[in-house]
Design a protein around this ligand. Structure first.
Ligand SMILES: [Zn+2]
Length: 460
């Protein structure tokens, strides 16, 4: 018996759940990703009930080190789901990055303890992209362009099926990582015949063609340079993990010629930057530059933050978190939103409860806005006089990217896919995606499945 069980995901229309899959084969069990969904108030863990029966987990894989893909791994330790000697594997950046992300999570995630974090198996680094073995299974991994060290996995089952867990993926080049390895460069023997996990984070926007990443990056650079020369304080809200280098590197490069530094303010961001500077896994990874004069990127510590907040000299700070609800960015928002010589921008997909979403959609000049920050019990009402912007620096695929990829894959395989499990989107975006992928799958009525948490799929 071979069976895939979807543990993580979403059946709500405003939540993109955490990703997690269980694969059972020959009486053994591995887990692929184990992430938390992030809602306003709560971290939504995967469904653990399927783990209460059956064998213990002997192996695990992580596609990348974002919270919605890894932050529930310590819960498995707490629930005693790991077999003795269980091995967790990932690219070196994901392996070392996970350690930082899970440690950082102890500050705000009360679902696991420091003990669970310490006691869980440490991720081992997969030596190089390509073939490796875990739990007696042959597995192939390919950089998928979502961030440094992010990859997809194709698992060859004992019966010979090849199921792909796509992870979050992107085919556009960013400052810290090149886009996904083009399908033309995948070996024939590792073309998947089933898709077990997908990325429909952006399917909610339908078939809208996205502005090319490079154009959006260029617009950000041009606008920020113009503003800072005009005496505007610029604050960009980004996630510490992945987005921060993508924003800071091109800004720092452009600002250098004017002698203006680019600051990054995020504890996790600084630690992950070190990981990205130390490890390089594939040719598609771009090694992050060291902080200092040469890169023109400088980390912010508490005292410097005070100085930057109170400075009369305009400065550029890239600060976490990207949703604006927590982290250093909150200090900048509280201090600067009421000032017309300030500019705030977001850079990622935003849930509607988040301060950056509220500002982007309702932050009109002169109007008061009520925002909810994690550290304050009550909502904070602030007058908005600062400029508000958004740069769509998404490191995800669009639905059109998915279609183009599937067309090519079917062409190379010479036949349609056996199965497609639609995952990692809101309930609405997954329903839309289900229609989108139908034409690429044999008997789509039976074989295109929305992977809500708890969905069990017998493979053979
Ligand atoms: Zn991600």
């Amino acid at each position: 018996m071979e069976k895939l069980t979807v543990l993580g995901g979403s059946d709500r229309s405003h939540l993109i759940g955490g990703q997690s899959f269980l694969f059972d084969y020959n009486g053994k069990r591995i887990i692929i990703d184990c992430g938390l969904g992030l809602d306003q108030e709560e971290s939504v863990p995967p469904l653990f009930s399927p783990l209460q029966s059956g064998p213990k987990i002997i192996g695990g894989l992580a596609t990348h080190d974002h919270t919605d893909h890894i932050s529930a791994f310590p819960y498995l330790e707490k629930l005693q789901c790991f077999d003795e000697g269980a091995r967790l594997m990932a690219s070196p950046q994901t392996a070392h990055g996970s350690y930082e992300v899970l440690y950082n999570g102890l500050n705000h995630n009360h679902g696991y303890s420091g003990f669970d974090w310490l006691a869980m198996p440490r991720f081992e680094a997969i030596e190089a992209p390509g073939e490796f073995e875990l739990g007696g299974l042959k597995i192939f991994c390919i950089p998928n362009g979502h961030k440094l060290g992010s990859c997809l996995y194709i698992i060859k089952t004992p019966s010979g099926r090849k199921g792909m867990i796509w992870g979050d993926w992107c085919n556009q080049d960013q400052a810290s990582a090149c886009g996904m390895v083009p399908l033309d460069d995948w070996p024939d023997e590792w073309l998947p015949d089933e898709i077990w996990g997908s990325d429909f984070t952006y399917a909610g926007e339908g078939m809208k063609v996205k502005v090319p990443y490079a154009d959006e990056e260029e617009r950000m650079v041009v606008e920020v340079v113009r503003m800072i020369l005009d005496g505007i304080f610029v604050r960009i809200a980004t996630f510490a993990n992945g987005k921060m280098p993508n924003v800071a590197i091109p800004l720092a490069r452009a600002l250098k010629q004017y002698g203006i530094p680019c600051y990054i303010d995020s504890t996790l961001g600084k630690n992950l930057w070190r990981v990205g500077n130390e490890y390089r896994w594939s040719e598609r990874d771009i090694q992050l530059p060291a902080f200092g004069e040469e890169s023109n990127i400088f980390p912010v510590y508490r005292k410097l933050r005070e100085d930057l907040l109170n400075s009369s000299e305009p400065n550029v700070v890239v600060a976490s978190a990207g949703f604006g609800h927590v982290g250093p960015i909150v200090d900048y928002l509280i201090k600067g939103l009421s000032r017309s010589d300030h500019f705030f921008a977001s850079t990622s997909w935003l849930p509607s409860w988040s301060p950056m979403y509220q500002l982007k959609n309702h932050g009109h000049s002169g109007k008061e806005i009520s925002l909810s920050f994690k550290q304050s019990e009550e909502r904070v009402t602030l007058p908005v006089c600062a400029g508000i912007g958004h740069y769509s620096l998404s490191s995800h695929n669009s639905p059109i990217d998915t279609i183009l990829f599937l067309q090519k894959l079917i062409e190379r395989r010479g036949e349609k896919l056996r199965r497609f499990v639609v995952t990692h989107g809101t309930k609405d975006s997954m329903l839309l995606a289900k229609d989108l992928v139908k034409e690429f799958v044999h008997d789509p009525e039976d074989n295109v499945i929305i992977g809500y948490p708890g969905t069990e799929i017998p493979i053979v």
